[in-house]
Design a protein. Structure first.
Length: 305
């Protein structure tokens, strides 16, 4: 990876021209993150969409100056999301920052075929980049917010999406762990059967530019020693994973939030993988620093092809 921490990433993207578009800008956490990004030289301006009087009041409360921003008055959430995507499509912004809007309306607006933000046949998935004190490098988790019960085909697309992001970040051949409750294929545990299939799809070239291994439990994924204890040797992924894919939302979302809440020295950035432009997709309860890191990540990705 071309950076080893979010502070390094922030230093890399300082001073670039980055125009954010924020539907539901009447959100203290989003405005705080934008204030932090502005203070660090990560944004050059943007468009804030929402009830303008309230947005400006909240900007004053967080100390964000108005002079770099345009405002669009709107109180209807679906319309806010549609207006935000229109601004991007018209070239008036570089990437989206989710404010106080429902994810379903945000996603629907992004998926609008007329706007051209999503390639034909693409699947949008959630991508979280983590840094913790307990692992030697940054790693990603997918999909923690979009797909509820992904099919095998959707899991393959999810891996491809995340691998494409990681390769843009400088990980030439990401090491992917398909995480399950156990490390042996068991017909009674469908996620292990899918894991076996995904490994074969990787070998067959259907999931390219990476190495996929599994089924692995969390111990094996993050520790070569634990893998050896369980009889797994000569594998590339254990203890050196770049990406972990979970079976479904029931597994991935709690893991994402548990890591964010409990992991030592944790930092994170949350985005969508799959669209033509960078899109920030945090949880409403995420700390503003997560949104700040996501702004930095989107700033980096917008210039990568």
């Amino acid at each position: 990876m071309k950076f080893n921490s979010f502070s390094e990433l922030i230093d890399m993207v300082k001073g670039q021209s980055n125009r954010v578009v924020v539907p539901g800008a009447n959100n203290a956490e989003a405005l705080t993150a934008i204030k932090m990004a502005d203070d660090k030289g990560l944004i050059s301006g943007g468009i804030l969409i929402g009830p303008v009087e309230l947005v400006k009041k909240m900007m004053a409360e967080v100390g964000l100056a108005e002079d770099k921003f345009e405002f669009i008055e709107c109180t209807d959430v679906p319309t806010m999301c549609n207006l935000a995507v229109e601004q991007i499509a018209k070239g008036k912004g570089d990437f989206l920052v989710k404010g106080l809007v429902d994810t379903k309306y945000y996603m629907k607006a992004i998926l609008n075929k007329e706007m051209g933000l999503v390639p034909q046949g693409a699947l949008l998935t959630h991508f979280v980049l983590f840094k913790t004190d307990n692992f030697h490098k940054m790693f990603a988790v997918t999909d923690s917010a979009v797909l509820i019960s992904p099919t095998l085909e959707q899991k393959a697309k999810t891996i491809n999406n995340a691998v494409n992001v990681l390769r843009k970040l400088g990980v030439e051949r990401p090491k992917v762990a398909v995480v399950c409750p156990v490390e042996k294929v068991n017909e009674k545990i469908p996620s292990t059967v899918d894991a076996q299939a995904l490994v074969q799809m990787n070998k067959d070239g259907l999931i390219p530019n990476c190495v996929v291994e599994g089924p692995y439990d969390m111990y094996i994924t993050f520790s070569k020693e634990r893998a050896a204890e369980k009889g797994i040797a000569n594998a590339e992924v254990p203890g050196d994973a770049d990406l972990i894919i979970l079976p479904d939302l029931d597994a991935a979302n709690p893991l994402y939030k548990a890591l964010a809440f409990f992991a030592k020295g944790v930092e994170a950035a949350t985005i969508l993988a799959g669209p033509n432009i960078p899109v920030i997709l945090p949880s409403r309860a995420d700390h503003p620093s997560v949104k700040l890191n996501a702004i930095a990540l989107c700033s980096y990705l917008k210039d990568q092809k």
